[in-house]
Design a protein around this ligand. Structure first.
Ligand code: FEO
Length: 171
C-alpha cells in the first residue's frame, strides 16, 4: 500500500497532468481560431496524451490502495501571441512537468517505494520525448520566422499527427 505522503504527491501530479491537458486544449482552440488546423490538431492530440498521463496515475494510485482526490484545475491562458510563443510556453510547461516527475521519483526513492520508482520510469522517459517534440517544432518555427508559406507547410505536416494509445490501452 502506498504511503499517505506519496498518495498526496501522486494526486498533485494527477492535477498537473490534468492541467496540462487543459492548457493544450486552450492552445488548440487558439490555433483553430486562426484556421491553423494542423497546429490545432497537434494540440488536440497532446490533450489526449495528457489525459492518458493523468489516467495512468489515477489507475495506479487505486491499484496501490491509495485514494484519488481530484483537485481544482486552474484556468489556462487564452492568448499566446504567436505560434512560436505558444510552443515556447508549451516547452516551458513540459520542463516544469519533468522537474515535478523527477521530484516525485526522489520522494519515492527516499521512502524506498520501489514499485512507484519503477512505475514512474515510464514518465521520466516520456518527458524526454515531450520536451524533444516541442523543441523540434520551435526550431522549425524559428527557421520560418513568420514566412507564411513555411507556416502553411508546417501546418499541413502537423495535421498528420494522430493520437496512438500506448499498447496497454489497446487490450
Ligand atoms: Fe504529461 Fe506533457 O507531460
Amino acid at each position: 500500500m502506498i504511503s499517505k505522503k506519496l498518495e498526496k504527491a501522486v494526486n498533485e501530479q494527477i492535477q498537473k497532468e490534468t492541467y496540462s491537458a487543459y492548457l493544450y486544449l486552450s492552445m488548440a482552440a487558439y490555433f483553430a481560431a486562426q484556421n491553423l488546423d494542423g497546429f490545432a490538431n497537434w494540440f488536440y492530440v497532446q490533450n489526449q496524451e495528457e489525459t492518458y498521463h493523468a489516467m495512468k496515475l489515477h489507475r495506479y494510485l487505486i491499484e496501490r490502495g491509495g485514494e484519488v482526490e481530484l483537485m481544482a484545475i486552474e484556468k489556462p491562458p487564452k492568448n499566446f501571441e504567436s505560434p512560436l510563443k505558444a510552443f515556447q510556453a508549451a516547452l516551458e510547461h513540459e520542463r516544469f512537468i519533468s522537474k515535478s516527475i523527477h521530484e516525485l521519483v526522489d520522494k519515492a526513492t527516499e521512502e524506498g517505494d520501489h514499485p512507484l520508482v519503477s512505475f514512474l520510469k515510464w514518465y521520466v522517459d516520456e518527458q524526454v520525448e515531450e520536451e524533444a517534440s516541442a523543441e523540434k517544432i520551435i526550431a522549425q518555427l524559428e527557421l520560418i520566422e513568420g514566412y507564411k508559406p513555411g507556416l502553411y507547410h508546417l501546418d499541413k505536416e502537423l495535421a498528420a499527427r494522430v493520437y496512438t494509445p500506448p499498447a496497454e490501452e489497446e487490450e
